[in-house]
Design a protein around this ligand. Structure first.
Ligand code: ATP
Ligand code: MG
Length: 408
């Protein structure tokens, strides 16, 4: 009877002054991308909101959820659209509230929150609240509770029509993918780096991931798990491709030539150099890791300084001040935690020293590195890389300054 849709609200991008329309357009395109398998409808701009009409009841729920997964979206209202007419609005409010009571399995109290963005609508917001509220009390016998209602019925009257909703899905917030440039994320199959990667996507970055496996000395389990983690991030549409780099032989070379306590730092510095080579080829401007200060030996401040000295690009660490427990909570919400807990032997488990250095100096590490042919090792790593593509809202092919061995 009423047409349905997803009314999409955004906070932060509303604050971007002159860039506002670029951000809005980016968000519109990303929502269209995220819902392309579900609808052909255009994403419309309506009074600082976006509207996606829902023509098929069978895909309505999936449409709402797809919109609510897009970075830049603050929340999505499940709306009924109607004319700017108080009795139609009241009717839609009743339908929406009844549906929400059904869905939630009951409700005792409600509130009406009406807004009009165009003052040419004769009835004021507070008059709408009172009139519609009274109608709903009479029809459904619920109690009005303005402080902590079980359900809030929201009414938005704009230029061309009115939107009525009794249900809101929280979005991730943040910024639309494609509004913050490109980064290369070092993605292990552990708990932290998927969360760090997600945080960058949420802040609007397009991410290319690089994973280092222990191949040929370990199974392909860690690469398969990283691909599954990338699959979990697909609804946000910000992870473009995953490079998998066999790292086992290179670790063996380091293990054979250098002091055991410095090994982990030497692995990490080599990873940074390989990731930077990928970043140059991908036109990415920074690296990202899942490191958190002091979490393990390689993440003491001294060792972070030594790792960063191998980088020429900024190394972003979105989790640097986050406790492990907070990271686990976020990984659970995200849906990557279970995958990260699977047993997988990636390169981190290979050739680990008994007591890694916690306070290395750059001189020590550079001295050890002088025993290695670092440039050749980077070239070997890149030559063995394979790539897998993932659906991303903003796509750009690598400029191909090095050849990778194939796609998986
Ligand atoms: P995570 O930090 O993802 O839980 P982890 O705990 O196994 O993985 P750490 O030793 O904490 O790894 O490594 C710190 C960071 O270095 C990771 O967050 C990740 O960014 C990067 N890193 C470590 N191992 C790998 C790998 N095998 N492939 C890609 N990046 C890695
Ligand atoms: Mg970690």
């Amino acid at each position: 009877m009423f047409e349905r849709g997803a009314l999409i609200h955004y906070h932060e991008i509303g604050l971007k002054g002159r860039n506002r329309s670029a951000f809005e357009n980016r968000l519109r395109q990303n929502i269209a991308f995220a819902t392309s398998a579900l609808t052909d409808e255009k994403v419309e701009r309506i009074a600082s909101r976006l509207l996606l009409r829902s023509s098929d009841p069978d895909t309505h729920e999936a449409l709402l959820r797809a919109c609510a997964a897009v970075p830049g979206v603050a929340h999505v209202s499940d709306v009924l659209t109607c004319a700017r007419d108080l009795s139609e609005i009241g009717h839609a409010a009743r339908v929406a509230l009844e549906e929400e009571i059904d869905r939630a399995g009951g409700a005792a109290s409600f509130a009406v929150d009406a807004r009009r963005s165009s003052t040419d609508f004769a009835t004021s917001s507070s008059q709408m609240n009172i009139a519609v509220g009274r109608e709903l009390v009479d029809a459904l016998g619920l109690r009005v509770d303005l402080g902590d209602p079980d359900v809030t019925v929201r009414i938005e009257v704009v230029q061309g029509g009115a939107y009525v909703s009794a249900r809101r899905l929280a979005g991730p917030g943040g910024l639309p993918v494609g509004s913050s440039g490109r980064v290369v994320s070092l993605l292990s199959a552990g708990i932290d780096s998927p969360v760090a990667t997600w945080r960058m996507i949420k802040r609007g970055a397009v991410v290319v991931a690089v994973h280092f496996s222990g191949a040929p000395f370990t199974s392909g389990a860690s690469t398969a798990d990283v691909h599954d983690i990338a699959g979990v991030l697909v609804p946000a549409a910000g992870l473009e491709r995953v490079y998998s780099v066999p790292f086992g032989e290179l670790q063996r070379e380091i293990m054979l030539a250098t002091p055991p306590d410095l090994r982990v730092l030497l692995y990490r510095r080599l990873m940074v150099r390989v990731a930077e080579a990928v970043a140059r080829c991908e036109d990415a401007r920074a690296l990202v890791t899942g490191e958190s200060l002091g979490q393990v030996a390689s993440q003491t401040l001294d060792n972070i300084v030594v790792t960063d000295a191998a980088a020429t690009m900024p190394v972003l660490r979105p989790l640097i001040g986050t406790d492990k427990q907070e990271i686990i909570t976020q990984a659970r919400l995200l849906g990557t935690y279970e995958i990260s807990c699977r047993p997988h032997d990636d390169c981190c488990t290979l050739y680990l020293p008994r007591s890694p250095e916690t306070h290395a100096t750059l001189e020590q590490v550079e001295q050890a590195e002088s025993l290695l042919d670092v440039a050749r090792m980077v070239a070997d790593a890149l030559a063995g890389a394979t790539i897998r593509e993932f659906p991303c809202a903003v796509v750009r092919s690598p400029s191909g300054r090095f050849a990778v061995s194939g796609t998986t």
